[in-house]
Unconditional design. Structure first.
Length: 318
């Protein structure tokens, strides 16, 4: 949602008497290097899967908004791609532009790092933070730290690196930690009317979420064999009524890879891997959209697309 659209929706809410002076609403950016758990954290905060996850780095490629309305406060969380420090391609330039845009216009930043760790990639992201925007240090994956006594001196060194407003050692998979984080974030959000309806969870379309779910399954079932530059394009997304007047979604998607060898890898022996990707994606989409889904998947080779700015844009990247 653009700033103008946000302002307009706020005015509409105020005009309809939906807001109140005690309500709070604001943007919270979730930033960090690739694969530190940003998307897992967003999904936990929203209470439903909005951003895809996998063990492969650079899974998230877009600015994804997750909305959570609790009590008198509406939290608008923005998940961002991991900031790219390697491979200076057109795709990575697009990803970094998305990160910079998200960090520049928010009320609060959640800087996510692995508890007890700080790498050059973390430092690159930290250098993007603006001193006038409050930032919380989210020391994630605390459950992986075996000697908790080592965290205190590490936190001291982190405070020397940036004037963090607060430290939050936690695990994104721990419900109590998530609840505690809500209480911490709330006080940094301004008093103003909500931007979205109470039941809204994201500003992203179902078509966008469909491409993301397919891409997640693609990475999950190919592991490190497939380069992260592979992507998914939705060719068709149509709604129709089923026999029982229930909703039915027909989706056709193309998995784009850079080499013929990658195409064979995605399809698998006798098409089994592609079939599994499609089945898992369809089942998750049916749960997410609460309707019957027919999903067709195709695989095409587009050599060098990640280095082609025009093609990167045509595939939906900023």
């Amino acid at each position: 949602m653009t700033l103008a659209a946000v302002e307009n929706s706020s005015k509409i809410a105020a005009a309809e008497g939906q807001g109140s002076a005690s309500r709070r609403c604001g943007l919270v950016a979730i930033v960090g290097k690739p694969n530190v758990g940003k998307s897992t954290l967003l999904n936990a905060l929203v209470g439903q899967k909005i951003s895809i996850t996998s063990r492969k780095a650079q899974t998230t490629r877009h600015r994804i908004t997750g909305i959570c309305s609790r009590g008198e406060t509406q939290f608008v969380f923005v998940d961002t791609p991991g900031f790219q420090t390697l491979h200076n391609t057109a795709l990575n330039k697009s990803l970094n532009k998305t990160v910079l845009g998200a960090v520049g216009d928010v009320d609060l930043v959640l800087f996510v790092v692995e508890a007890g760790s700080f790498t050059l990639a973390d430092a690159k992201v930290l250098s993007l933070l603006k001193p006038d925007v409050p930032a919380l240090l989210i020391a994630n994956k605390l459950d992986n730290v075996h000697r908790r006594a080592e965290i205190a001196p590490w936190l001291k060194t982190m405070q020397e690196r940036h004037p963090f407003a607060e430290f939050v050692p936690m695990s994104a998979k721990n419900a109590k930690d998530i609840e505690r984080l809500f209480g911490i974030c709330e006080k940094y959000l301004p008093e103003q009317d909500w931007w979205y309806g109470e039941d809204e969870l994201t500003d992203r379309s179902e078509k966008f979420l469909a491409s993301e779910i397919v891409r997640e399954k693609l990475f999950r079932f190919t592991g490190d064999e497939l380069p992260y530059t592979s992507t998914v394009v939705i060719d068709k997304f149509e709604d129709e009524m089923g026999r029982n007047k229930s909703r039915l979604a027909r989706i056709a998607a193309t998995i784009v890879v850079e080499r013929e060898g990658h195409k064979a890898m995605v399809i698998g022996e006798k098409g089994e891997r592609l079939k599994r990707i499609g089945t898992e994606a369809r089942q998750e989409l049916e749960r997410l959209m609460d309707c019957k889904v027919f999903l067709e998947l195709w695989v095409k080779v587009r050599s060098g697309w990640a280095d082609d700015e025009a093609r990167v844009r045509s595939f939906g990247y900023e």
